[in-house]
Design a protein. Structure first.
Lengths: 172, 186
């Protein structure tokens, strides 16, 4: 029996499914798909557990936990749970699931993980500044033809390409 | 109007998320290598997948509206804030080049076994705390130079919606034609 991973879909096939799924989301709910809405809710909840007083007095996180409100009690939590299940089904059914550390091929694992943490922090900070990430603004926003979606994508690809150039030597 | 249905309930969250996660996995976006290869211009899958999805969804929304089935007034359209939207995009783009993922794809990566996807996810939480800590200082910039509420490209450019959709379709088609080569496995 063949144990190799199944090939990826062609980009246009995956994009077609993604576009139809996004269209379905708009028709059912009136809004698109997201990612950083969930990490923000989780950050607010986590901060509340670790430092309740500081969280309540924080100008940004305070209103999210005000009056005993649970920021995780939200549609986006279920949607991200769905993303995780869908991705797991995808990885397992294609025999692609494998515990590994991806990332710059010329770096040892520790270096890759440090960069992943650093990159995550930069992306997390960025997604709060713009009130959305690649999913919420870049994909969902642009699909409604919102100026904001294309402005975000312009910044995303320009900075991505610049830092891609700077980190090029870390990859073979 | 039948749509949108205002069904922001558990089952639609799980269903829509499941399609999203599965499509991203099949696109190869569980891999930091594949995602960042776009930003080094070695692999055009990110561009092609995203632009195909944007065009497919935009055409779908346009057709549903044309048929009188969809009220676009009830569809969420984000508002642009010149500095915040642009700088946020810069942060997310730089973050992907440095760390390999974006918020959504870090979940997809972890679900296919990528430890660095999980660490990136933890980094996002930490970055959100940094933002919260600096909120008072950042706030004036966040609201600076707002565009009109929920403005779209057709409104910005003063052209009919179909012109923009045709333009985007052309960009997607030409981009796809120039960049689709035999696929390499990452």
């Amino acid at each position: 029996m063949n144990q190799n991973p199944k090939p990826l879909w062609r980009p246009h096939a995956a994009g077609l499914l993604l576009g139809l799924g996004l269209l379905l989301t708009f028709l059912l709910t009136g809004h698109g798909l997201g990612g950083s809405g969930f990490t923000t809710a989780l950050a607010a909840k986590g901060a509340q557990v670790i430092a309740p007083a500081a969280t309540q007095s924080n100008a940004y996180l305070g209103p999210m936990v005000e009056g005993g409100n649970n920021p995780l009690d939200s549609w986006i939590t279920w949607q991200v749970l769905g993303v995780a299940i869908g991705a797991l089904i995808g990885a397992l059914s294609a025999r692609r699931f494998k515990w590994t550390v991806d990332g710059p091929t010329r770096l040892p694992n520790a270096g890759r993980l440090i960069l992943a943490l650093l990159g995550g922090m930069v992306a997390g900070l960025g997604a709060r500044i713009s009130l959305g990430c690649t999913s919420g603004l870049g994909l969902s926003g642009a699909a409604t033809l919102a100026t904001a979606g294309f402005l975000f994508l312009g910044g995303f690809f320009a900075a991505g390409a610049l830092f891609g150039l700077l980190t090029k030597r870390l990859w073979t | 109007m039948i749509f949108p249905m205002d069904l922001s309930i558990i089952v639609t969250g799980l269903l829509c998320g499941l399609i999203f996660g599965f499509a991203l996995e099949r696109a190869g976006f569980a891999s930091a290598c594949k995602l960042t290869a776009q930003l080094r211009f070695k692999d055009w899958a990110v561009f092609n997948v995203m632009f195909t999805a944007i065009v497919v969804c935009a055409i779908g929304l346009y057709l549903f509206k044309l048929l009188g089935l969809l009220s676009m007034d009830d569809v969420y359209v984000p508002t642009a804030y010149l500095w915040a939207t642009l700088l946020g995009g810069v942060g997310v783009g730089a973050g992907m080049s440095i760390g390999g993922y974006c918020p959504g794809t870090s979940v997809v990566g972890f679900m296919s076994g990528k430890i660095d996807g999980f660490v990136f996810f933890l980094g996002i939480i930490a970055g959100t705390w940094v933002f919260a800590g600096a909120y008072d200082w950042l706030e004036p910039m966040l609201q600076a130079l707002p565009g009109p509420d929920a403005q779209t490209l057709p409104q910005l450019m003063g052209v009919p919606e179909w012109v923009v959709i045709v333009g985007l379709t052309a960009v997607a088609a030409i981009g796809g034609w120039l960049t689709t080569k035999p696929q390499k496995q990452h």
